[in-house]
Structures are given as C-alpha cells and as structure tokens.
Design a binder for this molecule. Structure first.
Ligand code: PFF
Length: 444
C-alpha cells in the first residue's frame, strides 16, 4: 500500500496545501468577529503569541509523525507505538474531521449561496435590518441551505476523488495566489473608505483592559482551529511530503500565511464596519449580514463597483472554505483507503454520504450545528492536540524527533528550533491545552 502512495510535487506544493487547509472560514469569518468581540488589537497580540508558542509546536508534532511514517493517522500511530493505546488517537482523527467536514460544508454552502445572490441580484436597496433578517430567514429555511451544502460538498468530493496530486495539489496551487490577491484588493478598498481610519486604529492600538481570561482561551482555541490542528489533518498532509522537505520551514511558512491572511481579513472587515458606523461586536453574522450591507451602502453611488466588491468577497470566502474542506475530507478518505482497503473513489463517495447526512442535520437544526461545532472544535481538536504533544514530547525518543525535524542532521540550522520546540512540547504546550480545555466547561 505504502509504495502506491502519492506525494506532493515539491516542498512548495506541500506549503500551498497546508496553507490552503489553514486559511479558511476560520480566517475570514471567525477571526474578524472574535477580534470584534474580544477588544481588537490586544486580542490579535495574544493570538500571535499563542500561534508561536502553542500552535506551531503542535503543528510540528503532527507533521513529524506524518512525514516519518508516511501513513495516515491510525496507521502512523500504530507504526510508532505498536500494540499500545496510542492508536486510540484515531478516535479524534476520524470523528473530528468527519464532524467538521459536515458542519463546515454548511457554512461553505452559505458562502456559495451568497456568491450566487451577489451575482444575480443585489443587496443595494436593503437596510441593515432587512439583510439581517434575510440571513436569519435563509439559514432558518430547509431547501436553500441543504442545496448549497450539497453543492459545496460535491465540489469537495470531485477534488478529493482526483487524488493528492491532481486533486488537492492542483486545486490549492491555482486557488491560493488569486485568493490572496483578491483579499489584498478588498483590503485596499476597505481601508480607503471614508471613516475607515477608526477601524484601522481598532486593529493596531491595543486596549489591554478588554482582555480577560476568556479572551485568552478564545485566542488559543481560534489559533488551533485556524492552523487545522488536533484532528490529523496536518499529519495526513505531512505524510505526503518528500523526505527531503523541510518540516520546520514548511510549518513556519504555513503559520505566516495563515496569520497574514487572518490579519488581512481583519483589515477587510473592521475598517468597513467602522466606516459604516456599525458595531464590531456583531458576532457570527458579521460576514453574512453586516458586510453585504456595508458594500452595498458604501457603494450606493457606484453600484457596479459595489457589486464587484461583494462578488469578490464571497468568491474569496468560498475558495478559502473549499481549500480547507478538502483537507478534512482527505483525512477521512485516507483512513478508508489505507486502513479499510477501499478504492479512492468508493471512499470519497462513502465520506460524501456520511458527511452529507450529518451536514443536512446541521443545516436544518441549529442545535445539531452547535453540538457538532462544540464537540469537534472544543473537545476533539483540543484533546487530539494534547495527545499529539504528549506523544511526541514523552513517548517518542528524543533522537527520533530531532532526526525528523533536522532530516537526519542534514539541516543543522533546524537544531535550535528543535531545542525550543522540544521544551515547549514537553512542558508548556500540554499545560496551555489543559487550560483551554477546562475553560470550555468553566466559564472564565
Ligand atoms: N483551518 C480551517 C479554517 O481556519 O477555516 C478550518 C479547519 C480545517 C479546521 C481543517 C480543522 C481542519 F482539520
């Protein structure tokens, strides 16, 4: 089985795929509204610190396991710790991606529906309240969200069934550069709006008095979600990396892209929100209620420009969501192919069927949606990340970890990173994860 395994065409392609997984709804949809809810720049600073000291080490844990074994999650754990209970990590890495694939596809579907709406109709004559109630009506209905979820999941299935090189790699390679460009253009538009300055200040001038323990836990959780940690996605993608690729620089580039993209999204959303005199704490509705209103309202004198901006925005959300969705889809597919011996097309179809069914329940029942979100993001991802860090820090041999991060010593420059990483992984990361995990149950 192992000899038939595909690998990414180059280290750059691995970075594209991993960055594609990281950059998603978490950056465009979740990050700006969390920044809004937790007080702006101070939250961003904590978020950056969490990414460097917690998320990046976990990213390295997963990637070194994946690249070392060249297998997907369960096989990888079995190879490194035969006969032990560590293979139980598989519970996080099969259930987690399956649940996230399902509800993520629902939100991906919303962005698809909003893209269609911005192409064929306009938000122009509607008030903010009307756009808000349109969103509530749309997400509260059955057919629209279910159809949009189906279309989104189907597109992901088509990419996955084409394989690692012709599917995942080709899609992320052609999607990520234009996506970056679109977002930079949107940012330029947003910061140039009259009155945008207050929004820019909100993102760069920290007010630490708004920062409480809840905000710190939220920043850490968001950083995990954004780098796709804890459920085997990074492990699986890294298992498609070449033996000469550099895990350390790949992780660093992925984190830089992910962070950069989240900040750009912040600079797209907040200046526009302030320019329109609206509240930054709008929550999850920020992207689907507030932004369409702002783009239509601010562009009232230039309706064509406003239409182009709205279409560009939802196209960016859709593309970012797709590059992430396929990474979770791949974890489930790789499991079926490698552990259950299924053909790739059949495995893709089976995952489609299960994720579609769970997704329909999420699309129709808000409680199921929130349950899947909570269980996967707050429990499975966190416990998975904890398990990976304990495994690498305390179960694997130190020499084996160092050998994987330095490519058997041929990348001596990575040795210093290894030392810092190893210390963080053993002593700091598990404590931090335990804190976020507990904060889910005790309101901080
Ligand atoms: N990182 C993605 C985002 O920010 O939208 C979400 C995600 C992808 C989470 C893949 C988990 C995962 F395995």
């Amino acid at each position: 089985m192992e000899s038939n395994r595909e690998v990414f065409g180059s280290n750059l392609m691995a970075i594209f795929a991993l960055a594609g997984s990281a950059i998603g709804l978490g950056n465009i949809w979740r990050f700006p509204y969390m920044v809004g809810q937790h007080g702006g720049a101070a939250f961003i600073i904590v978020y950056i610190v969490c990414t460097l000291f917690f998320s990046l080490p976990i990213f390295y844990c997963e990637s070194l396991i994946g690249r070392k074994t060249g297998q997907s999650t369960i096989g990888a754990m079995r190879q490194l710790a035969p006969g032990s209970r560590w293979a139980l990590i598989g519970i996080f890495t099969v259930l987690g991606p399956l649940l996230i694939t399902s509800f993520y596809s629902v939100v991906g579907g919303w962005s698809f529906a909003y893209l269609l709406r911005s192409c064929f109709s306009s938000f122009g004559a509607m008030s903010h309240a009307e756009i808000g109630s349109m969103f509530a009506q749309f997400t509260g209905s059955v057919w629209g969200p279910v159809l949009a979820h189906t279309a989104f999941l189907l597109a992901s299935a088509v990419i996955i069934s084409a394989g690692v090189r012709r599917g995942i790699e080709a899609f992320t390679k052609y999607t990520l550069p234009p996506l970056m460009l679109l977002m930079v253009l949107l940012m330029a538009y947003s910061v140039s709006l009259p009155g945008a300055r207050t929004g820019v200040e909100y993102l760069v001038k920290p007010d630490f008095s708004r920062l409480d323990a809840g905000a710190i836990a939220a920043a850490m959780g968001q950083s995990f979600f954004s780098l796709s940690l804890g459920i085997g996605t990074v492990l699986t993608y890294a298992s498609y990396m070449g033996k000469k690729d550099n895990i350390v620089s790949t992780g660093a580039w992925t984190a830089v892209f992910d962070l950069g993209f989240a900040l750009i999204a912040g600079f797209v959303v907040m200046p526009a929100v302030f320019a329109a005199g609206l509240e930054p704490q709008a929550g999850p509705g920020l992207v689907f209620e507030t932004l369409p209103f702002i783009f239509a309202d601010m562009g009232a004198s230039a309706p064509l420009l406003s239409k182009v901006v709205t279409i560009t925005f939802f196209l960016s959300v859709l593309l970012a969501a797709l590059t992430s969705e396929i990474s979770m889809y791949e974890v489930c597919t790789a499991y079926l192919v490698e552990e259950r011996g299924m053909a790739r097309k059949k495995a893709t179809l089976l995952v489609f069927f299960v994720a579609w069914t769970i997704g329909v329940a999420c699309a129709v029942f808000t409680k199921v949606f929130s349950f899947c979100d909570f269980v996967s993001s707050n429990i499975l991802m966190t416990l998975g990340a904890l398990a990976f860090s304990l495994f690498v820090g305390w179960r694997m041999k130190k020499a084996a970890v160092e050998a994987e991060l330095t490519n058997d010593g041929s990348l001596p420059g990575n040795r210093t990173v290894f030392k810092v990483f190893y210390f963080l992984t053993r002593y700091i990361v598990p404590v931090g994860i335990a804190i976020i995990f507990l904060s889910n149950f005790i309101s901080l």
